[in-house]
Design a binder for this molecule. Structure first.
Ligand SMILES: Nc1ncnc2c1ncn2[C@@H]1O[C@H](COP(=O)(O)OP(=O)(O)OP(=O)(O)O)[C@@H](O)[C@H]1O
Ligand SMILES: [Mg+2]
Length: 340
């Protein structure tokens, strides 16, 4: 394996994304493990484990060590991280990269320390942490050191992280527990109630990204046959689900998201609010890819909204950018620990 430059890691609850300094994204896999719960043996991790979701053999469960933005199972998380980092870094004694990692804002100091220490074992020479919104903004090529206020909204799987940044600092912050997954859950609920059909998580995710929209006013109806289990007969059945139905299902989480944005803007100083009205709102995270989300937020809030060029990769790319220009961004980093 060729030697590796320093790496930026976005440790999300749905996906772990790793970018290499000067190269861009080199790893992107679901943050899941398939575990035998009698023996606690790991069967598989990442993409391979995700493929098992909804069709796990008896005794095997696909688990997410990070849920709703908090670490559910520290040992599993650490095993997964070790394995992922090992896959990109390899076992190299002399070429140990530096790592910059962005984690959920709700992680406590003990968890952060533990993660940093375990990264040493995974092959990183030194690991530092960075606040998610700062990395997201940088990865979307927004300059964060200016005094002008910028609003960055990262819509992940479990959470939506809303922040207003000025002069390299987070001036206002709110973390909602409505992320992209809330839209998937709402879709499963809606189809169960309306069609008496229970669809699996992966089918709902496919539906959401293939035809899903969040705009109930969208006239352009798309349809996708979706398989599930009929709740009356118990037998497998297919139903044609429309994009209009996806939009209806999305109403509740969409409302929560927009309320959350309003609330942050209402509580920031007038100067910053004016900046946000002028500069617009930046969307990042996998959830920013939901069809018509940008347009609907813009319509509801009467503020320009734009989506980062690579929304899901923005945080990892931002981390890699900080590693490229430590002089410019060094001061925004959290505490780190060096290998002896
Ligand atoms: N093409 C797409 N269309 C709609 N939604 C998508 C698409 N691709 C991914 N998503 C959604 O994005 C979410 C995952 O985003 P992301 O990878 O940014 O999350 P994460 O960083 O792992 O989570 P968190 O930040 O909450 O810890 C999921 O809810 C997924 O359904
Ligand atoms: Mg994220």
């Amino acid at each position: 394996m060729a030697s590796i430059e320093d790496i930026g890691i976005d440790l999300g609850s749905s996906n772990v994304i790793i970018a290499e300094r000067g190269k861009g994204v080199i790893f992107n896999e679901p943050a899941v493990l398939a575990v035998n719960h009698a023996t606690r043996n790991i069967i598989s991790m990442g993409q391979e484990a995700y493929q098992m979701t909804g069709r796990e053999p008896t005794g095997i469960t696909v688990m997410r060590p990070l849920q709703k933005g908090t670490i559910q199972d520290f040992d599993l998380l650490s095993l997964m991280l070790n394995y992922f980092v090992m896959r990109v870094v390899g076992r190299q004694l002399f070429n140990r990269p530096r790592a910059l990692m962005s984690i959920s804002a709700t992680s406590n100091e003990i968890e952060k320390r533990q993660l940093i220490l375990r990264m040493l074992g995974a092959g990183a020479r030194r690991t530092q942490l960075i606040e998610r919104p700062l990395a997201a903004a940088l990865g979307a090529n927004i300059s964060i050191n200016e005094v002008t206020g910028r609003m960055v909204v990262d819509i992940g799987g479990a959470t939506t992280d809303i922040a207003v940044i000025s002069s390299g600092e987070i001036m206002a912050r709110s973390i909602l527990d409505t992320g992209g997954d809330a839209f998937t859950e709402a879709l499963i609920r809606y189809i169960r109630l309306k069609h008496n059909l229970l669809i699996g998580w992966r089918s709902a995710e496919d539906l959401k990204s293939a035809i899903g929209t969040v705009d109930v006013q969208d006239q352009n109806t798309l349809t996708l046959p979706t398989a599930g289990r009929n709740l009356v007969s118990g037998l497998p059945r297919q139903a044609d689900i429309t994009s209009q139905e996806c939009a209806e299902a999305a109403e509740e989480p969409l409302h929560a998201l927009i309320e959350g944005l309003h609330s942050v803007i209402e509580h920031i100083p007038a100067e910053l609010a004016n900046d946000v009205f002028d500069e617009g709102i930046l969307l990042t995270g996998g959830g920013a890819q939901m069809r018509a989300l940008r347009e609907v937020i813009e319509r509801e809030m009467q503020i320009p909204v734009y989506v980062a060029e690579h929304p899901q990769e923005a945080i990892a790319l931002g981390c890699a950018k900080v590693l490229e220009r430590p002089g410019e961004y060094g001061r925004i980093l959290g505490d780190g620990r060096r290998a002896r």
